[in-house]
Design a binder for this molecule. Sequence first.
Ligand code: ATP
Ligand code: ATP
Ligand code: CA
Length: 218
Amino acid sequence: MKKEFAVIGLGRFGGSICRTLAQEGMEVLAIDIDEERVNEFSNIVSKAVVADTTDEKVLKDLGIRNFDHVIVAIGDNIQASILTTLILKELGVQKITVKAQNDYHEKVLAKIGADHIVHPERDMGRRIANNMISTNVLDYLELSDEHSIVELIASKKMDGKSLLELDVRAKYGCTVVAIKRQTHIIVSPMAREVIREGDILIVIGADKDINRFEKNIV
Ligand code: ATP
Ligand code: ATP
Ligand code: CA
């Protein structure tokens, strides 16, 4: 069954979510208080409406309760974002994702029961900064405050050594979940798998362990 999404707030962030969902063939209801913004999306999504989502009756009439996932992407107007989220919660919407503008906003959203809070500017900033710090780190995905999945380029130091010789898991507490080598990918490599310089290692573990691994042998 196709999932139905509603996106409230059609700024750059909400707009990008709408476009991506629509491209993937999802049913999307796009909502904004600004008519011009709504018109921009009328040909992109299934349905686009002008509405003030801080009005409970408006959300009820749109049948918002029946959507599988509602995204609140109201940016600068924190009050409108909080009130909208509160109403969605009261109406019993199953899953609510909200974009937070700052840490206070995030705290309030968590208190009123937003299921998922995103902080795109902060998170993308961290991601880019982390990528800039280390030349070996190609990309990373934060799993929690302390755990990540990281893409590392294998150095000369590792060349010709197996995972067993390097003893990655036992010594550094992190696991190599896959190795990308040119066009192919080795998923769940065995202990005897030999690393070559330039391989891309996809490593999962605690940040402190991954850092140790990276400093010592990558
Ligand atoms: P981004 O940073 O993603 O580009 P933005 O900074 O443009 O977002 P805003 O313009 O503050 O963020 O908000 C996003 C959208 O939310 C705007 O298009 C705005 O019209 C809409 N919006 C604000 N208040 C309401 C409301 N009460 N009901 C519906 N939409 C609203
Ligand atoms: P462990 O008890 O540490 O899981 P194991 O008994 O499964 O090890 P092997 O699979 O033979 O033993 O691996 C021996 C060692 O090789 C592991 O302790 C680990 O340090 C390293 N190793 C094997 N596979 C990986 C991997 N995918 N990622 C990181 N290290 C690995
Ligand atoms: Ca903004």
